[in-house]
Write a protein that binds this ligand. Structure first.
Ligand code: MN
Ligand code: MN
Length: 357
C-alpha cells in the first residue's frame, strides 16, 4: 500500500517552506478540517440523522434556514472557538461578528465561513459544501468589529471548501497552488489526492441559472446567446450547460475539468448587486480559482480587489476558465462604451435562450 500524504502532513510541509509561519496556523487548519469532517458525518447520515427539513426561522439574509444550516453553523463555531488561534468569526448564518468567548484565548486570525452551501440540495440528497476563508486580524485589535473583516480578497491567508458529495473532499489554497484531499472515512483523515489543480484557459461548458435570463444585463445576454448559437454562431463551437444550484459543487466541477460559472448582476431585485456573498462565498472561491490559473470577476473588475463595505454584501460572480472570464469582462467594457450595439439591439434580444436558431 502506498503511503499517501495526509492533510496535516501537507500543511506542516507548507509551513516549513514559510519562515515566518508558526504552528498556530496548522492548528487552526486542523480545527477547520475537523469541523468539515463533523458536518460530512451529519450530511452522510441523511434522513437517518434527523437533519433534513427546514427550521421555522429565516437567517440574516431573509432566507429560510434548514436544520442542517443551523447545525453546521454550530459545529463551525464550537470546533473553532477554543483553539486559541482566532480573534473572531463571521458566518453566513449570523448577522454580527462572533467574538471568541471570554474563557478562551484569542489569536491573530479571523475566520469567515458559509457553514453549509447549497442547502436547498439537502433534502434531495444533492451535493452541498462548506466554504471558508482565513484573514489576519490587524495588530493591536483585541475586539474585532465588522470593519476588521472588511478586507479585500487579496489579503486572504488561506481559503478552501469542503464538498460533501459521493466522496467528501477538502480543497485548499495557502497561496501556492490548489490542493485537493479526499476523506478516507475509515482513517478519518483527508488524504492528498489532487495535487496542484489547474484550470484550462479554454472551455465549452458554462453554468448559469437560465430562468433569470430576462433579468440579465446586455453583456451577459450577449455572451450566453453566442454560446447557445453553437457551431453555427460567432463562437463556432458547441457549448454544454450545467446547473447544480450549489456554488461549491459548481466551483468544484470547474477545478476538476474547467468551465465557467456565472451568477451575474440582474434586475430581479434592484436592491441586490448579485446573489452570492463576497466575504464567505465569492472571495474564497475567487482565490482558489486564480490559484489554479483561472480568473474571477464581477464583470467590472477582479473579484479579489473589491473593497468590501458590508459583512454580508452580495456581488456578481463570473469565474472559471480564464479566456471566457476575460471575454465576458470585455463584453461589459464594450457595453459601457456602447460599442456592442449590433449584439444588444432589440432585435438580438428578442432571441430567447431556448429559441435560438
Ligand atoms: Mn452559500
Ligand atoms: Mn449557507
Amino acid at each position: 500500500m502506498s503511503q499517501e500524504t495526509t492533510l496535516s502532513e501537507f500543511i506542516i510541509g507548507e509551513q516549513r517552506k514559510c519562515s515566518e509561519a508558526t504552528g498556530g496556523f496548522t492548528a487552526l487548519l486542523n480545527d477547520i478540517c475537523l469541523a468539515c469532517k463533523r458536518i460530512s458525518y451529519l450530511v452522510g447520515r441523511g434522513a437517518l440523522g434527523g437533519v433534513h427539513g427546514a427550521t421555522t426561522g429565516d437567517n440574516v439574509q431573509g432566507e429560510r434556514q434548514m436544520k442542517l444550516d443551523v447545525m453546521a453553523n454550530d459545529i463551525f463555531l464550537r470546533t473553532n472557538e477554543s483553539g486559541g488561534r482566532l480573534a473572531a468569526m463571521v458566518s453566513e448564518e449570523l448577522e454580527a461578528v462572533y467574538p471568541i468567548p471570554a474563557q478562551y484565548p484569542r489569536g491573530r486570525y479571523l475566520l469567515v465561513f458559509d457553514p453549509l452551501d447549497g442547502s436547498s440540495n439537502i433534502d434531495i440528497n444533492g451535493t452541498v459544501g462548506s466554504i471558508f476563508s482565513v484573514l489576519r486580524c490587524a495588530q493591536g485589535v483585541t475586539e474585532p468589529a465588522a470593519k476588521d473583516f472588511l478586507q479585500p480578497g487579496t489579503t486572504q491567508v488561506c481559503a478552501g471548501y469542503a464538498i460533501y458529495g459521493p466522496a467528501t473532499m477538502l480543497v485548499l489554497t495557502l497561496g501556492r497552488g490548489v490542493y485537493g484531499f479526499t476523506l478516507d472515512r475509515e482513517l478519518g483523515e483527508f488524504m492528498l489526492t489532487h495535487p496542484d489543480l489547474r484550470i484550462a484557459a479554454d472551455t465549452s461548458e458554462f453554468a448559469i441559472n437560465a430562468s433569470n435570463e430576462r433579468f440579465w444585463e446586455p453583456p451577459v445576454k450577449r455572451y450566453i446567446s453566442e454560446c447557445l448559437a453553437g457551431a453555427s454562431g460567432p463562437r463556432a463551437k458547441d457549448f454544454n450547460m450545467r446547473w447544480i444550484a450549489s456554488f461549491v459543487a459548481e466551483a468544484h466541477r470547474i477545478l476538476m475539468r474547467g468551465g465557467l460559472f456565472l451568477y451575474p448582476k440582474d434586475s430581479k431585485d434592484p436592491a441586490k448587486a448579485g446573489r452570492l456573498r463576497l466575504l464567505y462565498e465569492a472571495n474564497p472561491m475567487a482565490y482558489l480559482i486564480e490559484q489554479a490559473g483561472g480568473a474571477a470577476s464581477t464583470g467590472h473588475g477582479r473579484m479579489l480587489e473589491v473593497a468590501p463595505e458590508d459583512l454580508h454584501q452580495r456581488v456578481p460572480v463570473i469565474l472559471g476558465s480564464k479566456d471566457e472570464v476575460e471575454r465576458i469582462a470585455r463584453y461589459h467594457e464594450e457595453h459601457d462604451c456602447g460599442v456592442d450595439q449590433p449584439y444588444t439591439s432589440p432585435l438580438f434580444n428578442t432571441r430567447s435562450l431556448f429559441t435560438q436558431p
